[in-house]
Design a binder for this molecule. Structure first.
Ligand code: ME8
Length: 530
């Protein structure tokens, strides 16, 4: 079934805007790969996709990182932004917009938002006293820290601060936010993360400070040169400025026609509170529509600890992708970690998973089938009409079941489930090949030869379908499968989700000279970058 019109044609998806205190690590890559996979699926569905990513460049943490690198904040940011862009290129991340919070269009939109919120009467000056974690760029409640006032994420002491700040009247939106979290099914995903937020909101949301007096590296507060905008208030607005087309005059009046509200913000569970509570409050105050969904995925861990820049227990995605290629990295993290839950990485599990599915299962099945066609059909390496394979053929039946399941899984962002539907179809294809033994049938009478050709065509058609369905996850492998099946790059480019329907391989299609589409991964010396 085609659901393409069910939710309208626009699909706006975002990644977090990453801090540029250090080079991107596997956690940043994980969110981005997931968002890219979802974006590619929606494009395949024919929706008008706007995929926004970018960088969060202001604040104390970034200024401190620049200082310790001996650079000016702007130089430091430019340098790290370059690393993000390079990595996204290596990982085949096809974003539509990359927003930097140091860009002038962003600054204009922050000022306009601030003005609206101010005019609403939602900003006031007050004293703030509390414990601040620079790593999180967040004041912490007593109950979130241990007795020594350490941040639970960074394991470093929070600093006691007292200053005059501008505050945002979040408390005014208590009722709306509570309703959003309790009544809008699907606003926060996965469902399991909602309760925590509901509890927090029911306790009563408190106004939060949106400016800093001791921080110079930030967007100025108009008419108060001492204060800069708090980095979170600044960064969230990046989702709006990211949508403003290059060259257009940045204005809040334009965000709706540019794709706002977002269909989904993909983020890690660490920053759910900002996205599901603070951000809706800000948008309500500024009279802007709310995002449809906030998806808080789990953490990549190493020995049970969140992998991250702060603890230095990261995995270098640059190294991983240059050793093993983009498809392998994308496939492993999307398939092996239940999207929404935490997941561990091990070098061995990485290689085993990828080899089993992409090299042994998909790659071998394709190569074997094409070689059999070539060997036994000589120059007439042509395909039967796969559409004539009866509906109750085992592979046809299975493909017809699995593809709608994969579709629904993608729509729900159950990305691992979508992939499992494809890999289990391929596993069945391999078993079918083993059982039918076309290599024996080819040596039999005409009827048996015809049976052999049909069997191989069914397998190739299965692979073609899987290539379409996995295009959002492993775009390069997918393209190579299509080339092997004799399609042009343009035909691959033009694929839509409809092409997962059985019967696509046409009669007379000339397949290409068989070459392996996926090389087995061999062990490399992987070192965790510290
Ligand atoms: O929080 N596992 O930026 P950030 C999975 N600038 N994902 C991880 C991860 C891990 N171990 N570590 C980080 C910020 N992430 C703000 C966001 S948005 C307007 C501002 C991912 O560079 C995850 O998505 O610290 C997390 O939410 C994000 O990186 C934090 O990135």
């Amino acid at each position: 079934a085609d659901h393409s019109d069910a939710k309208g044609d626009n699909y706006t998806i975002t990644t977090p805007l990453y801090y540029v205190n250090a080079a991107p690590h596997m956690g940043s890559a994980y969110s981005t790969i997931a968002a890219d996979t979802a974006a590619r699926f929606q494009r395949l569905k024919g929706r008008h996709v706007r995929f926004v990513t970018g960088t969060d460049e202001h604040g104390e943490k970034i200024a401190a990182a620049a200082l310790s690198n001996g650079m000016s904040p702007q130089q430091h940011c430019d340098h790290i932004v370059g690393e993000y862009e390079t990595l996204w290129g290596q990982l085949d991340i096809a974003y539509d917009a990359f927003i930097r919070t140091t860009s002038s269009k962003h600054e204009k939109l922050v000022h306009e938002t601030l003005k609206r919120v101010w005019e609403k009467g939602d900003i006031y000056l007050s004293d703030y006293e509390g414990w601040y974690c620079v790593g999180c760029e967040e004041f912490k409640d007593e109950k979130e820290m241990d007795a020594q006032h350490n941040c639970p994420t960074h394991l470093t002491p929070c600093q006691h601060r007292k200053e005059a700040n501008y505050f945002f009247r979040l408390s005014r939106y208590q009722k709306e936010i509570e309703e959003l979290l309790t009544k809008e099914a699907g606003f926060v995903r996965p469902e399991s993360r909602r309760n925590e937020l509901v509890t927090w909101v029911k306790d009563g949301v408190r106004d939060f400070s949106i400016s800093r007096s001791a921080v110079q590296w930030g967007i100025s507060i108009p008419n108060d040169p001492v204060q800069t905008v708090y980095v979170w208030f600044d960064a969230l607005i990046g989702y709006l400025s990211g949508l403003i087309p290059e060259g257009a005059e940045p204005s809040l009046a334009k965000v709706k026609e540019s794709g706002w509200p977002a269909s989904v913000h993909i983020i890690g569970k660490d920053i759910l509170r900002f996205h599901a509570i603070y951000w809706p409050g800000m948008l309500l105050s500024a009279d802007l529509p709310l995002p449809k969904q906030v998806y808080g995925h789990g953490f990549l861990t190493k020995n049970g600890m969140k992998m991250g820049k702060a603890l230095g227990n990261t995995l270098d995605p640059k190294e991983l992708v240059s050793d093993y290629g983009s498809d392998a990295v994308r496939f492993y993290f999307m398939k092996e970690i239940i999207f929404g839950q935490d997941g561990d990485f091990s070098d061995e599990r990485f290689r085993n998973t990828v080899n089993a599915a992409l090299a042994n299962n998909i790659g071998n099945m394709l190569n074997r089938s094409l070689n059999l066609l070539k060997k036994f059909c000589k120059s007439e390496v042509t395909i039967d009409l796969t559409a004539d394979i009866p509906p109750d053929h085992q592979l046809r039946q299975l493909a017809t079941e699995k593809m709608p399941a994969a579709h629904d899984a993608y729509e729900r962002l159950a990305l691992h489930e979508a992939i499992d539907a494809c890999t289990s179809l391929c596993a069945q294809g391999n078993q079918f090949l083993e059982r039918t033994e076309p290599w024996h049938l080819f040596k039999g009478d005409e009827a048996q030869k015809a049976q052999a050709v049909t069997a191989i065509c069914a397998v190739l058609e299965t692979l073609r379908i899987v290539a379409v369905a996995l295009k959002p996850v492993v775009p390069q492998l997918s393209m190579r499968i299509y080339q092997q099946l004799g399609y042009s790059p343009q035909q691959f480019q033009d694929l839509t989700w409809h092409d997962t329907a059985w019967g696509g391989l046409p009669k007379g299609q000339l397949t290409s000279k068989p070459v392996p589409v996926f090389a087995r991964l061999e062990a490399k010396e992987l070192e965790a970058a510290v």
